[in-house]
Ligand binder design. Structure first.
Ligand code: SAH
Length: 377
């Protein structure tokens, strides 16, 4: 990558108007109900075949045409070739937490590697999905950020990670027996709002009732962003009640310019104003992500500044701070903050009346921090 390619503005331009080049062929999950019927009609098949396919994929969570035996063999072949191209195959699974966390490394048809992580808790199951292969945002503490952007994922490639996770839960592939996938977080590889249209369509597919979509509730979907201000405002205007997570990581522009380089384009105040707009329009509380890095952003004064800034821009009822102990990436000199420092940080933010918790760190020993598995190949 050249320096220019690494510049956030250039990355955004590339990402915002990225053509379909390099993406897989159209898949059922790229299309809405009308689009599916049109596609099926275009193949000379009756429109109701689109609904049959949708039931298999979105309700039965099945992507294998061989099991779609209610379709006559000739039609099945034709429909599968045109609308169910294989998107990605699992290269390997890595488990930890006694099997309750399972990370999957996927290889797309063009060899692109992506990751998703399925986490089962007593009361819910969450899948963390990727929206791009690689990422152009270049945050220095993030493994994905180091490799640059490979390409956007298609809507179907995003949706299929959720379908696969929902099927794994239903089939009891994680200890605890059959269960239900309840939550989706866009916190895997990539900057979701730099692949705006495909991510928005994926959210629609994930949350539309079956068999139009996978039937998860909008509130159980979280889109996490570095803070692409115009895209945050656009997302607010879509009126989807998804949770917005903003990766702030520090309240001051000077440090944020280095931790989240796109801050040089949209500084903290603009990001928080956009987040406020999002909260006002959707009624949803904003989640502020803050990776605590030892001696970098964990000082008591930063906790105080963070709390006062959030109170001023969002008010105490519209914000929650999620502290993430830094998951050190290979070759980086940065480390997580010591526990007493972390506790003091939480105490100060809470003392200012802002809700704040430390994220549980699932999957540390399987390199589950953003991009680490794909980086290892
Ligand atoms: N691009 C989006 C989503 C991807 S990462 C975003 O930045 O929000 C999801 C979260 O994990 C982000 O808050 C990101 O900053 C954080 N993260 C990335 N690498 C990390 C690491 N090594 N340790 C802790 N958090 C990390």
């Amino acid at each position: 990558m050249t320096g220019l390619d690494k510049h956030p503005d250039k990355q955004l331009l590339l990402a915002f108007d990225a053509p379909r080049r390099g993406l897989p062929p159209t898949h059922l999950a790229d299309l809405d109900t009308a689009g599916r019927r049109d596609a099926v009609a275009g193949l000379g098949e009756p429109a109701f075949r689109a609904d049959q396919l949708s039931r298999h994929y979105f309700a039965r969570l099945c992507a294998d045409p061989a099991t779609m035996t209610d379709l006559p063999a000739a039609s099945r072949e034709r429909l599968a070739t045109a609308l169910l191209p294989e998107l990605a195959s699992p290269l390997r699974h890595v488990e930890c937490d006694g099997g309750a966390t399972r990370k999957t490394l996927w290889r797309a048809g063009d060899g692109t590697l992506t990751e998703s992580v399925l986490m089962r808790y007593p009361d819910r199951a969450t899948v963390c999905i990727s929206s791009q292969a690689g990422c152009g945002m270049a945050c220095p503490f993030c493994a994905t950020g180091q490799g640059g952007l490979t390409r956007n994922l298609s809507t179907a490639e995003i949706v299929d990670q959720v379908r696969a996770a929902a099927a794994a839960m239903r089939d009891g592939q994680l200890p605890g027996g059959p269960g239900r996938l309840s939550n989706v977080v866009f916190m895997g590889m990539g900057e979701p709002l730099a692949n705006y249209r495909r991510v928005r369509d994926a959210v629609r597919r994930i949350t539309a009732p079956a068999p139009e979509g996978l039937g998860l509730s909008q509130r159980s979907v979280t889109v996490s962003t570095v803070g692409l201000v115009p895209a945050i405002r656009k997302l607010a205007d879509e009126r989807m009640a998804v949770t917005l997570a903003v990766s702030l990581h520090t309240p001051d522009d000077e440090l944020r310019d280095t931790l989240v380089p796109v801050n040089t384009r949209w500084p903290v105040a603009e990001v928080l104003a956009a987040a406020r707009h999002y909260a006002d329009v959707t009624g949803r509380r904003i989640s502020i992500e803050y990776a605590l890095i030892r001696d970098v952003n964990d000082q008591p004064w930063r906790a105080d500044l963070l709390a006062s800034l959030l109170r001023r821009h969002l008010g105490p009822r519209l914000v929650h701070v999620n502290l993430i102990p830094l998951n050190p990436t290979p070759g980086s000199e940065w480390d997580a903050s010591p526990k007493p420092v972390e506790r003091e940080f939480v105490r100060r933010v809470q003392a200012a009346g802002v809700s704040c918790t430390v994220r549980d760190t699932r999957g540390q020993e399987i390199a589950a921090a953003c991009g680490q598995l794909a980086a290892e190949g």
